[in-house]
Design a binder for this molecule. Structure first.
Ligand SMILES: [Zn+2]
Length: 323
Protein backbone atom coordinates (compact mmCIF):
# COMPACT_ATOMS: atom_id res chain seq x y z
CA UNK A 1 0.00 0.00 0.00
CA UNK A 2 2.60 2.44 1.17
CA UNK A 3 4.80 1.54 -1.78
CA UNK A 4 2.00 2.24 -4.24
CA UNK A 5 1.35 5.68 -2.82
CA UNK A 6 5.07 6.44 -2.98
CA UNK A 7 5.22 5.44 -6.65
CA UNK A 8 3.42 8.67 -7.49
CA UNK A 9 5.48 11.73 -8.27
CA UNK A 10 2.94 13.84 -6.37
CA UNK A 11 3.46 12.03 -3.05
CA UNK A 12 7.22 12.04 -3.50
CA UNK A 13 7.14 15.78 -4.25
CA UNK A 14 5.32 16.42 -0.98
CA UNK A 15 7.82 14.29 0.92
CA UNK A 16 10.68 16.09 -0.84
CA UNK A 17 9.20 19.39 0.29
CA UNK A 18 9.06 18.09 3.88
CA UNK A 19 12.71 17.06 3.47
CA UNK A 20 13.60 20.56 2.30
CA UNK A 21 11.72 22.15 5.18
CA UNK A 22 13.56 19.93 7.66
CA UNK A 23 16.91 20.79 6.04
CA UNK A 24 15.98 24.44 6.13
CA UNK A 25 15.23 24.29 9.83
CA UNK A 26 18.42 22.28 10.43
CA UNK A 27 20.31 25.26 9.06
CA UNK A 28 18.12 28.11 10.29
CA UNK A 29 17.60 26.92 13.87
CA UNK A 30 21.33 26.67 14.76
CA UNK A 31 21.96 30.12 13.25
CA UNK A 32 19.15 31.65 15.32
CA UNK A 33 20.38 29.83 18.44
CA UNK A 34 23.93 31.05 17.90
CA UNK A 35 22.78 34.62 17.27
CA UNK A 36 20.46 34.64 20.28
CA UNK A 37 23.18 33.08 22.49
CA UNK A 38 25.79 35.56 21.27
CA UNK A 39 23.41 38.40 22.05
CA UNK A 40 22.84 36.98 25.52
CA UNK A 41 26.60 36.66 26.12
CA UNK A 42 27.42 40.19 25.07
CA UNK A 43 24.54 42.13 26.48
CA UNK A 44 23.56 40.34 29.64
CA UNK A 45 24.83 41.57 33.07
CA UNK A 46 27.81 39.62 34.56
CA UNK A 47 26.12 38.32 37.70
CA UNK A 48 23.46 36.54 35.78
CA UNK A 49 25.96 34.94 33.43
CA UNK A 50 25.44 31.52 35.01
CA UNK A 51 21.80 31.70 34.10
CA UNK A 52 22.76 32.63 30.57
CA UNK A 53 25.00 29.59 30.24
CA UNK A 54 22.28 27.29 31.42
CA UNK A 55 19.95 28.94 28.91
CA UNK A 56 22.48 28.35 26.15
CA UNK A 57 22.95 24.75 27.25
CA UNK A 58 19.22 24.17 27.02
CA UNK A 59 19.20 25.62 23.54
CA UNK A 60 22.09 23.32 22.51
CA UNK A 61 20.15 20.30 23.77
CA UNK A 62 17.06 21.49 21.88
CA UNK A 63 19.20 21.88 18.78
CA UNK A 64 20.51 18.34 19.03
CA UNK A 65 16.92 17.12 19.57
CA UNK A 66 15.74 18.88 16.46
CA UNK A 67 18.59 17.33 14.48
CA UNK A 68 17.78 13.88 15.64
CA UNK A 69 13.97 14.05 15.59
CA UNK A 70 13.76 11.96 12.42
CA UNK A 71 16.22 9.42 13.77
CA UNK A 72 14.40 9.26 17.11
CA UNK A 73 11.07 8.91 15.37
CA UNK A 74 12.54 6.19 13.17
CA UNK A 75 13.84 4.31 16.16
CA UNK A 76 10.50 4.70 17.86
CA UNK A 77 8.57 3.38 14.86
CA UNK A 78 11.01 0.47 14.54
CA UNK A 79 10.52 -0.34 18.20
CA UNK A 80 6.76 -0.47 18.02
CA UNK A 81 7.03 -2.38 14.71
CA UNK A 82 5.05 -0.10 12.35
CA UNK A 83 6.25 1.02 8.98
CA UNK A 84 8.72 3.81 9.16
CA UNK A 85 8.47 6.82 6.86
CA UNK A 86 12.06 7.86 7.41
CA UNK A 87 13.40 4.42 6.60
CA UNK A 88 11.00 3.67 3.77
CA UNK A 89 11.53 3.80 0.03
CA UNK A 90 9.19 6.79 0.19
CA UNK A 91 11.75 8.81 2.07
CA UNK A 92 14.76 7.62 0.10
CA UNK A 93 13.03 7.99 -3.25
CA UNK A 94 11.88 11.51 -2.48
CA UNK A 95 14.54 13.12 -4.64
CA UNK A 96 14.43 15.16 -7.84
CA UNK A 97 15.83 12.36 -10.00
CA UNK A 98 13.29 9.72 -9.00
CA UNK A 99 10.48 12.27 -9.19
CA UNK A 100 11.59 13.22 -12.71
CA UNK A 101 11.63 9.55 -13.76
CA UNK A 102 8.20 8.97 -12.24
CA UNK A 103 6.82 12.12 -13.84
CA UNK A 104 8.07 10.93 -17.20
CA UNK A 105 6.49 7.53 -16.70
CA UNK A 106 3.23 9.11 -15.62
CA UNK A 107 3.29 11.40 -18.62
CA UNK A 108 3.83 8.46 -20.96
CA UNK A 109 1.02 6.50 -19.30
CA UNK A 110 -1.27 9.50 -19.65
CA UNK A 111 -0.33 9.91 -23.29
CA UNK A 112 -0.95 6.23 -23.92
CA UNK A 113 -4.36 6.56 -22.29
CA UNK A 114 -5.16 9.65 -24.32
CA UNK A 115 -4.05 7.88 -27.49
CA UNK A 116 -6.30 4.93 -26.65
CA UNK A 117 -9.19 7.28 -26.00
CA UNK A 118 -8.51 9.14 -29.24
CA UNK A 119 -8.39 5.85 -31.15
CA UNK A 120 -11.68 4.83 -29.56
CA UNK A 121 -13.25 8.18 -30.42
CA UNK A 122 -11.91 7.96 -33.96
CA UNK A 123 -13.41 4.52 -34.37
CA UNK A 124 -16.75 5.72 -33.05
CA UNK A 125 -16.60 8.74 -35.34
CA UNK A 126 -15.87 6.53 -38.35
CA UNK A 127 -18.75 4.27 -37.44
CA UNK A 128 -21.08 7.23 -37.04
CA UNK A 129 -19.91 8.67 -40.36
CA UNK A 130 -20.43 5.33 -42.02
CA UNK A 131 -23.97 5.10 -40.69
CA UNK A 132 -24.69 8.65 -41.80
CA UNK A 133 -23.26 8.02 -45.25
CA UNK A 134 -25.34 4.90 -45.67
CA UNK A 135 -28.41 6.78 -44.55
CA UNK A 136 -27.60 9.68 -46.88
CA UNK A 137 -27.06 7.29 -49.77
CA UNK A 138 -30.38 5.62 -49.08
CA UNK A 139 -32.13 8.98 -48.84
CA UNK A 140 -30.54 10.16 -52.10
CA UNK A 141 -31.51 7.00 -53.90
CA UNK A 142 -35.08 7.37 -52.68
CA UNK A 143 -35.13 10.99 -53.78
CA UNK A 144 -33.73 10.10 -57.17
CA UNK A 145 -36.31 7.38 -57.56
CA UNK A 146 -39.11 9.79 -56.59
CA UNK A 147 -37.74 12.46 -58.96
CA UNK A 148 -37.51 9.89 -61.76
CA UNK A 149 -41.10 8.84 -61.03
CA UNK A 150 -42.26 12.46 -61.09
CA UNK A 151 -40.36 13.12 -64.30
CA UNK A 152 -41.93 10.08 -65.94
CA UNK A 153 -45.41 11.10 -64.80
CA UNK A 154 -44.80 14.63 -66.05
CA UNK A 155 -43.62 13.24 -69.39
CA UNK A 156 -46.66 11.02 -69.65
CA UNK A 157 -48.88 13.95 -68.80
CA UNK A 158 -47.20 16.09 -71.42
CA UNK A 159 -47.47 13.30 -73.97
CA UNK A 160 -51.14 12.87 -73.09
CA UNK A 161 -51.54 16.64 -73.30
CA UNK A 162 -49.84 16.67 -76.71
CA UNK A 163 -52.09 13.84 -77.87
CA UNK A 164 -55.14 15.63 -76.54
CA UNK A 165 -54.00 18.84 -78.19
CA UNK A 166 -53.82 17.25 -81.63
CA UNK A 167 -57.09 15.44 -81.06
CA UNK A 168 -59.18 18.09 -79.44
CA UNK A 169 -58.07 21.42 -80.81
CA UNK A 170 -58.57 21.27 -84.54
CA UNK A 171 -59.68 24.37 -86.41
CA UNK A 172 -61.20 24.51 -89.88
CA UNK A 173 -64.27 23.83 -91.99
CA UNK A 174 -65.19 20.72 -93.95
CA UNK A 175 -68.49 20.34 -95.74
CA UNK A 176 -70.89 22.51 -93.82
CA UNK A 177 -69.41 21.74 -90.41
CA UNK A 178 -66.99 24.16 -88.81
CA UNK A 179 -64.53 22.97 -86.16
CA UNK A 180 -63.28 25.58 -83.73
CA UNK A 181 -60.67 24.50 -81.18
CA UNK A 182 -61.91 20.92 -81.37
CA UNK A 183 -65.64 21.78 -81.03
CA UNK A 184 -67.84 20.77 -83.98
CA UNK A 185 -70.50 23.28 -85.12
CA UNK A 186 -73.26 22.27 -87.51
CA UNK A 187 -75.42 24.94 -89.24
CA UNK A 188 -78.33 25.72 -86.98
CA UNK A 189 -80.88 26.09 -89.79
CA UNK A 190 -79.21 23.79 -92.32
CA UNK A 191 -80.62 20.61 -93.78
CA UNK A 192 -78.30 17.64 -93.40
CA UNK A 193 -77.90 15.11 -96.18
CA UNK A 194 -78.46 17.64 -98.92
CA UNK A 195 -76.00 19.02 -101.47
CA UNK A 196 -72.90 20.50 -99.84
CA UNK A 197 -73.32 18.68 -96.49
CA UNK A 198 -70.83 15.95 -97.37
CA UNK A 199 -67.33 15.98 -95.88
CA UNK A 200 -64.13 15.59 -97.91
CA UNK A 201 -62.94 12.38 -96.17
CA UNK A 202 -63.77 8.85 -97.41
CA UNK A 203 -67.49 7.90 -97.37
CA UNK A 204 -68.38 11.59 -97.07
CA UNK A 205 -67.11 11.94 -93.52
CA UNK A 206 -66.08 15.32 -92.17
CA UNK A 207 -62.25 15.09 -92.31
CA UNK A 208 -61.71 16.12 -88.68
CA UNK A 209 -64.21 13.56 -87.46
CA UNK A 210 -62.67 10.95 -89.78
CA UNK A 211 -59.18 11.60 -88.36
CA UNK A 212 -60.46 11.03 -84.84
CA UNK A 213 -62.27 7.88 -85.92
CA UNK A 214 -59.17 6.43 -87.60
CA UNK A 215 -56.97 7.17 -84.57
CA UNK A 216 -59.59 5.49 -82.42
CA UNK A 217 -59.91 2.43 -84.66
CA UNK A 218 -56.13 2.05 -84.95
CA UNK A 219 -55.69 2.27 -81.17
CA UNK A 220 -58.36 -0.43 -80.83
CA UNK A 221 -56.50 -2.57 -83.35
CA UNK A 222 -53.25 -2.08 -81.40
CA UNK A 223 -55.13 -3.27 -78.29
CA UNK A 224 -56.32 -6.37 -80.21
CA UNK A 225 -59.86 -5.24 -81.04
CA UNK A 226 -61.57 -5.03 -84.41
CA UNK A 227 -63.72 -1.96 -84.93
CA UNK A 228 -65.11 -1.10 -88.35
CA UNK A 229 -66.33 2.36 -89.20
CA UNK A 230 -69.49 2.80 -91.20
CA UNK A 231 -68.49 2.66 -94.87
CA UNK A 232 -71.59 3.17 -96.95
CA UNK A 233 -74.38 5.68 -97.31
CA UNK A 234 -76.38 3.95 -94.61
CA UNK A 235 -73.88 4.16 -91.86
CA UNK A 236 -71.42 6.92 -92.82
CA UNK A 237 -72.54 10.11 -94.55
CA UNK A 238 -76.17 9.66 -95.28
CA UNK A 239 -78.11 11.47 -98.01
CA UNK A 240 -81.46 13.08 -97.24
CA UNK A 241 -83.43 10.40 -99.15
CA UNK A 242 -81.82 7.61 -97.07
CA UNK A 243 -82.68 9.47 -93.90
CA UNK A 244 -86.29 9.75 -95.05
CA UNK A 245 -86.35 5.99 -95.57
CA UNK A 246 -84.89 5.28 -92.08
CA UNK A 247 -87.19 7.77 -90.44
CA UNK A 248 -90.17 6.07 -92.09
CA UNK A 249 -88.89 2.68 -90.80
CA UNK A 250 -88.57 4.14 -87.31
CA UNK A 251 -92.11 5.54 -87.38
CA UNK A 252 -93.78 2.48 -88.93
CA UNK A 253 -91.46 -0.12 -87.33
CA UNK A 254 -91.78 -2.02 -90.61
CA UNK A 255 -88.12 -1.96 -91.68
CA UNK A 256 -84.54 -1.47 -90.32
CA UNK A 257 -85.74 -3.14 -87.07
CA UNK A 258 -87.63 0.08 -86.45
CA UNK A 259 -84.38 1.61 -85.22
CA UNK A 260 -84.29 5.17 -83.98
CA UNK A 261 -83.77 7.69 -86.80
CA UNK A 262 -83.64 11.47 -86.77
CA UNK A 263 -86.12 13.64 -88.63
CA UNK A 264 -84.82 13.95 -92.21
CA UNK A 265 -82.49 16.92 -92.53
CA UNK A 266 -81.44 16.79 -88.84
CA UNK A 267 -79.40 13.57 -88.66
CA UNK A 268 -75.74 14.03 -87.83
CA UNK A 269 -75.00 11.33 -90.39
CA UNK A 270 -76.11 13.88 -92.96
CA UNK A 271 -73.26 16.19 -91.91
CA UNK A 272 -70.63 13.46 -92.06
CA UNK A 273 -70.10 13.64 -88.31
CA UNK A 274 -71.70 10.37 -87.18
CA UNK A 275 -70.77 6.75 -87.84
CA UNK A 276 -72.47 3.46 -87.11
CA UNK A 277 -69.67 1.13 -86.04
CA UNK A 278 -69.50 -2.65 -86.06
CA UNK A 279 -67.42 -4.58 -83.55
CA UNK A 280 -65.38 -7.81 -83.93
CA UNK A 281 -66.30 -8.99 -80.41
CA UNK A 282 -68.08 -7.91 -77.22
CA UNK A 283 -64.62 -7.07 -75.85
CA UNK A 284 -64.09 -4.70 -78.79
CA UNK A 285 -67.47 -3.08 -78.07
CA UNK A 286 -66.53 -2.50 -74.41
CA UNK A 287 -63.07 -1.25 -75.32
CA UNK A 288 -64.64 1.24 -77.77
CA UNK A 289 -67.00 2.63 -75.15
CA UNK A 290 -64.33 2.72 -72.43
CA UNK A 291 -61.77 4.54 -74.61
CA UNK A 292 -63.73 6.76 -77.03
CA UNK A 293 -63.39 9.89 -74.88
CA UNK A 294 -59.59 9.78 -75.28
CA UNK A 295 -60.12 10.35 -79.00
CA UNK A 296 -62.68 13.15 -78.72
CA UNK A 297 -65.58 10.81 -79.48
CA UNK A 298 -68.68 9.59 -77.70
CA UNK A 299 -71.66 7.30 -78.10
CA UNK A 300 -74.45 9.83 -77.46
CA UNK A 301 -77.46 7.52 -77.51
CA UNK A 302 -75.91 4.77 -75.41
CA UNK A 303 -75.69 5.91 -71.80
CA UNK A 304 -73.95 2.82 -70.44
CA UNK A 305 -72.82 0.02 -72.69
CA UNK A 306 -73.08 -2.52 -69.83
CA UNK A 307 -76.49 -1.28 -68.76
CA UNK A 308 -79.06 1.06 -70.25
CA UNK A 309 -78.02 1.46 -73.87
CA UNK A 310 -79.66 2.31 -77.20
CA UNK A 311 -77.63 2.01 -80.42
CA UNK A 312 -74.25 1.07 -78.97
CA UNK A 313 -72.81 1.56 -82.47
CA UNK A 314 -73.69 5.22 -83.15
CA UNK A 315 -70.66 7.45 -82.53
CA UNK A 316 -70.16 11.26 -82.84
CA UNK A 317 -67.65 13.96 -81.91
CA UNK A 318 -67.51 14.52 -78.15
CA UNK A 319 -68.41 18.19 -78.43
CA UNK A 320 -71.07 19.00 -80.98
CA UNK A 321 -73.03 22.26 -81.15
CA UNK A 322 -75.13 24.27 -83.54
CA UNK A 323 -74.13 27.62 -84.91
ZN1 LIG B 1 -76.29 6.30 -86.57
Amino acid sequence: MFMNVCDSSGTLSVILMIKHVITFFKILVPIILILVSAYDLFFTVIDVKNKVYSKIMKRMIALVCIFFIPTFLGLFFNLIGTSNLFNSSCWTNANTETIAVLRNQEKLAEEAEEAAEAAEAKKAEELRKNIEETREEYRKKNEERAAEERRKQEEQKQQQGADDATLYHENGKDGMVEVINGVFYKPVNGKSGVEGSKGSAPYGYNKYFYNRLMAFVNAGKAAGHTINIGANDYVAWRPYAKQEYFYNCYITKSCNNGNLAAVPGTSNHGWGIASDLSFGSPAALYWAHDNCSKFGLRFPICENVRGSCVENWHIEPAELKSK
